[in-house]
Design a binder for this molecule. Structure first.
Ligand SMILES: NC(=O)c1ccc[n+]([C@@H]2O[C@H](COP(=O)([O-])OP(=O)(O)OC[C@H]3O[C@@H](n4cnc5c(N)ncnc54)[C@H](OP(=O)(O)O)[C@@H]3O)[C@@H](O)[C@H]2O)c1
Length: 292
């Protein structure tokens, strides 16, 4: 790869961990950050300590290359309950970090979300006005705007739900269903899933030819969580009658906002890299094998 010494901010997270591993497989020598005190580099990438809650004295490494900002407080409920504390991490110090990196010659990739939109329309264009309805979405939208103001050395990649091999909801369902116990997925909440492997491939492609601005990645259509649970039954041979769909409006009426649509227009990726979005069904099938 052209990239030699990438920096992964938040290498313990779901995406950061996979990306760090993939970059190593590609022959890169990544630098990884952690906020955990037990950081160790033995046998792994070189690890730097960085806590986004308090990074006053942090200075970027001098070996400027490509940096991926994968650290954030991603729990929407935590953002709702502690808007000031989470905003410090997700907006203020993320922007401060990116500013320092760009000034030191780094190209910065920031991972954002479909929740910068209200989800009232499918396949939102990258240029559409943002309209977040959750605190998490508002923080991401503000971070995006301030990062874009840093110039062309910043790229934003908006993602819909990324499915990891250890996605806890599917693991829980598989555990229950395998014991003959029912599950109650939402029939009125959708995902436009992106398998982790596909996201990593897109990040590697982007890193090879860094271009600023906004990129978007999602499935081409959506599937409800109830449909996903049924698909899990079909692929693993569990009893489909154990899937008892419910409405989030009854089960979790306090949810801040549930978007009607979660798909994003991925045409810039298609034009730049010949990328073809997966259907939600195919994206799910690529991941479900890990839950049987
Ligand atoms: N996964 C998705 O479906 C998805 C979808 C859309 C956008 N995104 C975006 O993609 C990025 C990565 O998501 P993810 O799923 O990998 O999230 P994740 O698994 O929750 O990981 C987040 C990482 O951020 C770190 N972190 C949290 N607070 C920190 C702080 N104060 N200082 C330093 N690090 C801190 C966490 O550290 P610890 O491990 O020590 O807790 C963790 O390693 C996020 O920006 C997220 O908004 C993800």
């Amino acid at each position: 790869m052209r990239v030699k010494r990438p920096l992964i901010i938040g290498a313990d997270g779901g995406i950061g961990k996979e990306l760090t591993a993939a970059l190593r497989v590609k022959g890169c020598n990544p630098l990884a950050t952690t906020r955990r005190s037990s950081a160790s580099s033995s046998g792994g990438p070189e690890v730097l300590y960085l806590d986004l809650a308090d990074m006053a004295s942090w200075t970027p490494p001098e070996t400027a290359d490509v940096a991926f900002l994968c650290a954030a407080i991603t729990a929407t409920d935590q953002c709702r309950k502690d808007p000031a504390g989470t905003r410090r991490v997700n907006v203020e110090n993320t922007v401060l970090l990116a500013d320092r990196l760009v000034r030191s010659g780094w190209f910065v990739f920031f991972l954002s979300t479909n929740l910068v939109f209200d989800g009232s329309t499918p396949l939102c264009a990258a240029s559409a006005p943002v309209n977040p309805r959750t605190e998490y979405g508002r923080q991401k939208a503000e971070a995006e705007a301030r990062l874009q103001a840093l110039g062309s050395s910043v790229a934003i990649l908006r993602l819909s739900k990324v499915l990891t091999p250890d996605f806890s909801l599917f693991s829980r369902w598989a555990g229950e269903l395998s014991k003959g116990r029912p599950v109650a997925p939402f029939h009125d909440m959708t995902i436009a899933p992106v398998p982790m492997g596909l996201l990593i491939q897109v990040l590697l492609d982007l890193a090879e030819s860094p271009m600023g601005g906004i990129w978007q990645l999602s499935a081409m259509d959506e599937i409800s969580y109830a449909q996903a649970a049924l698909q899990l039954c079909r692929s693993a041979g569990y009893d489909e009658t154990l899937v008892r769909p419910v409405s989030w409006r009854e089960a979790c009426p306090d949810l801040e906002h549930v978007p009607a649509h979660t798909t994003l227009d991925c045409s810039r990726l298609a034009q730049a890299f010949g990328f073809t979005p997966l259907s939600a069904q195919d994206a799910l099938m690529r991941t479900l094998g890990d839950f049987q």
